[in-house]
Each structure stands twice: as structure tokens, then as C-alpha cells.
Design a protein around this ligand. Structure first.
Ligand SMILES: Cc1ncc(COP(=O)(O)O)c(C=O)c1O
Length: 358
């Protein structure tokens, strides 16, 4: 079998996900440069070395971690890749959640991992039952997202600790992609990294703040492992775009205000989606308290017809569940403009009604 060399979801997201009414996105709308208080004099072109210390220290301070445990990377995407490349050898067994964020799964396959899956089921609220994780002495890594993409479900610290215990029991680590965790908008954001050295965590400023374009991502890993990642990165990115690092430091100083606006929008939009879902008996859904997405299930085997009708007749996009290996679902995002969400939900209702009439 040939090696995975691409991500079907990312390709779709870049080429086919946009519509007049776009409910396919999972991140806050892109902030404009003029919305950041920044002057050209704050920027510089070149740094060099292993990361930009002011950025590393900003991230470390925000999460109350030692700066030796921080590795910066181009977005959560590259943080995930670098972390897994440092953690697994080709042929190593890893346990990966299902449904999964496909580009992360594709990276694991690209790296040659022997991927086994564990289920997060709608009838269990997409929670993880630590006792059902089928680890073996060969398991090197358990991989999950928190909040879960696509369902938005939060794993709390108690559950996460139990997952950590299971991993530690076989000498494995747990990689947690926490990119949606910032949508809790906590003053001192929590991270599974505080729960023990078996945890390796990735995140970025992408989802909650509309700062995807800064590619300000990071990994938290115990210092020796973090050092291994910095050295491995010499083979990949070597150094970051320094102007981006400087902009990221400036953005981090303004996250309070940016986050307050984002929280207001998400609270309003979550209410809109919940009100819509109250009217739909044809959709089964877990309604998460946080995050930017929900993952309803239609009452047939595939939501593809719905997604197609929605796109072609109603000019509205959602993410077909097949990209998350659950074709009966679709993912709807609430991080966009409220008026667009309202319009999109109305169109979604019309498309569902049309399909129900047969
Ligand atoms: C779970 C998860 N990880 C990573 C990313 C990508 O993050 P970034 O833009 O920081 O690379 C996404 C974006 O959809 C995501 O859902």
C-alpha cells in the first residue's frame, strides 16, 4: 500500500469548502493587520537560533509552563507533525481517536505509524472511556483532540488524568491537540500538559482569535523531548519567519481584547444554533458548551445528499461527515458572522425539509 501523501480534507477545505453562505469554517474570521496595534518599527527580519525567546516566554507565561518545555512551530498543523515525528518511528503502534481531524491522522500515516483506532461515539456523548482504550506494550502514543474536532466535546481533567494513567501503564505518551481549548477563553488557559510528563500538547492562536495567518503554533513537551524536537526541526523548518514571531508576541499581548470579542460572538452564535436545533427532530446532536463547531447526525446513512443539495441549491457549505469518517454526520461551524449563520441555518432547514419530503 502506498504511503499517505496528502490530506483529502485539507484539499477540500482549500478548494471546495467556500460557498456564498459558509458554515464550513471552524475558526474565528481572520483579523486584519490594522486591528492589531502594531507598527513596522516593531518588526525585524531575521533572528535565527532555536526559537524567539520573547515569543517562547509569552507562551510559557500564558500557560504557566517552563520555557524549556515550549517548542514553537508553524501552526498546530506543523506542531502536530513535528511532535509525532519526534515521538514515533515507522511501524510504531499508535492509538488514534475516531472520528478524527483527518490532516493529523494523515500525518501519522505519512510518518509510517501503525494506526489503531478507538471510538468516540455519539451515544456516549463523544466522550472517551479510558478503560476501553486497547493499549498494548507496543503502544507508543495515544492521539486525541481536546476540544474534540469534529464534535466540540471537552474532556475534563479527571478523564484526561485517567487516559494519562492508561498510557503511563504501558510506557506510552498522550498527544493532545488543544487548538480549540482557547475557545474556553479562560484567563489562565488550562492544558493537559500540567497533568503529567506523559502528555505532549499542541496548539496555536488559529481558532479562537482569527490569527491563523500568523502560524503561531507551539508544542509543550518535557524538556528532553522538547530539545529533541528543536533538533529535528533543523531538518524541517530550521527557523521561523521572524516578522511572524514578532507579530505573534504583539498579538499575544492583545489576546484579552481579541478574545472578549470572539467569546461574545461565539456565545451569541451558539445560542442561534441551539435554537435552530430545538426545532429539528430530524437531527441528532451532542451540544457542546464550548468551541466553534457541532456535529449533527441525519436520520439516514449519509449526509452527502444534504451537503450537496445545500451547496448546489442553497449556496451554503458545511463539512460533510465523510471527511471525519462518519458519513451520516455533517459539521457546522459557528465562528462566522451571526447574520451569515442565521441565513445559513435557515437554508439548512429548507434543505432538510426538502429531503424529508422525498
Ligand atoms: C484539531 C485541529 N488541529 C489543527 C488545526 C489546524 O491549526 P493551525 O491552523 O494552527 O495549523 C485544525 C484546524 O482545523 C484543527 O481542527
Amino acid at each position: 500500500m502506498s504511503r499517505t501523501m496528502s490530506s483529502a480534507y485539507m484539499n477540500w477545505a482549500k478548494t471546495s469548502s467556500t460557498a456564498k453562505v459558509n458554515l464550513a469554517t471552524s475558526g474565528l474570521g481572520n483579523l486584519k493587520l490594522r486591528e492589531l496595534r502594531v507598527s513596522l518599527d516593531d518588526l525585524e527580519i531575521t533572528n535565527g537560533g532555536y526559537g524567539y525567546q520573547p515569543l517562547i516566554q509569552s507562551i510559557a507565561a500564558r500557560y504557566r509552563v517552563d520555557s524549556e518545555t515550549v517548542v514553537t512551530a508553524a501552526g498546530t498543523t506543523f506542531a502536530n507533525h513535528l511532535a509525532m515525528a519526534a515521538l514515533i518511528e515507522p511501524g510504531d503502534e499508535i492509538l488514534f481517536e475516531h472520528p478524527a481531524y483527518e490532516p493529523m491522522l494523515a500525518a501519522a500515516l505519512y510518518l509510517g505509524a501503525k494506526v489503531r483506532r478507538f471510538a468516540r461515539r455519539i451515544d456516549n456523548g463523544f466522550r472517551i472511556d479510558p478503560e476501553s482504550l486497547e493499549v498494548s506494550p507496543e503502544t507508543r502514543l495515544i492521539v486525541l483532540t481536546n476540544l474534540h474536532n469534529p464534535s466540540g466535546v471537552l474532556i475534563d481533567d479527571a478523564e484526561m488524568r485517567r487516559i494519562g494513567d492508561v498510557a503511563r501503564g504501558v510506557g506510552a505518551r498522550v498527544l493532545v491537540d488543544e487548538v480549540y481549548m482557547e475557545t474556553l477563553f479562560e484567563d489562565s488557559p488550562r492544558t493537559a500538559f500540567h497533568l503529567g510528563n506523559e502528555f505532549v500538547v499542541t496548539s496555536s492562536l488559529t481558532k479562537a482569535f482569527g490569527l491563523s495567518g500568523l502560524r503561531c503554533g507551539w508544542i509543550f513537551a518535557e524538556p528532553e523531548l522538547a530539545k529533541r524536537m528543536w533538533l529535528l526541526n533543523d531538518l524541517f523548518a530550521s527557523t521561523a519567519v521572524h516578522a511572524g514571531e514578532r507579530l505573534s508576541v504583539i498579538a499575544m499581548q492583545q489576546l484579552g481584547e481579541i478574545g472578549a470579542r470572539a467569546k461574545e460572538l461565539l456565545d451569541r452564535n451558539r445560542k442561534l444554533l441551539n435554537e435552530f436545533l430545538d426545532t429539528r427532530e430530524d437531527l441528532e446532536v451532542i451540544r457542546p458548551e464550548f468551541g466553534t463547531v457541532m456535529f449533527p447526525r441525519v436520520r439516514s446513512e449519509s449526509a452527502d445528499d444534504l451537503c450537496q443539495l445545500l451547496c448546489e441549491k442553497y449556496e451554503t457549505s458545511v463539512v460533510p461527515g465523510r471527511f471525519f469518517e462518519m458519513p451520516a454526520h455533517f459539521r457546522v461551524g459557528i465562528a462566522g458572522d451571526s447574520a451569515v449563520l442565521e441565513e445559513g441555518l435557515q437554508r439548512l432547514g429548507l434543505a432538510l425539509d426538502e429531503l424529508n419530503r422525498g
